[in-house]
Design a protein around this ligand. Structure first.
Ligand code: ZN
Length: 164
């Protein structure tokens, strides 16, 4: 059987007679690399494989409860990066909830959401103009406008004790 050149270490090798199409030599490093690439490719192309890996990762974490804690202790930069990313995701979720609540006419909840988001609410168009004499909310029917008024007329300090 003819020799081949390994795609990783570029050394010549003799393919196994059981795997005549072998492209990677049998050195442990090269085989590890081959498995790693296969795993990554498969994760992207096979949803079932992806799910099985996810499940087994969760099981592994259950069997090794100290690993995550030790990893976090020894990798503070990674912890900080994750924290920032999680904050970003939380902010996006708050924005989505705010939009949803605006459509659901949930007065109390929406008000709390605005307080949580602060200046970003302005970008969503929920904050009114500076005209504070606007009183049509009281006379108008219960609806989007009433809710919109309550969003900004609520004293901000009052929310510090509001758990919602
Ligand atoms: Zn090799």
């Amino acid at each position: 059987m003819s020799h081949r050149r390994c795609r990783y270490c570029l050394q010549l090798f003799q393919p196994s007679r059981y795997h005549p199409h072998q492209l990677v030599c049998s050195r442990p490093d090269c085989q590890r690399q081959r498995r790693r690439e296969y795993h990554r490719r498969k994760l992207h192309t096979d949803p079932e494989y992806h799910q099985v890996c996810r499940d087994s990762q969760q099981k592994w974490r259950c069997r090794h409860p100290d690993y995550s804690r030790q990893y976090r202790q020894s990798h503070p930069k990674s912890v900080e990066r994750n924290r920032q990313a999680q904050r970003q995701r939380d902010r996006k979720r708050h924005l989505r909830n705010l939009v949803k609540n605006n459509l659901a006419f949930d007065l109390k909840h929406s008000a709390a959401e605005v307080w949580l988001l602060g200046p970003q609410a302005e970008n969503l168009g929920f904050l009114p103009s500076s005209d504070s004499s606007n009183s049509s909310a009281q006379s108008g029917s219960r609806g989007g406008f009433l809710k919109r008024t309550s969003l900004w007329s609520y004293p901000l300090d009052g929310f510090t004790t509001d758990p919602c």
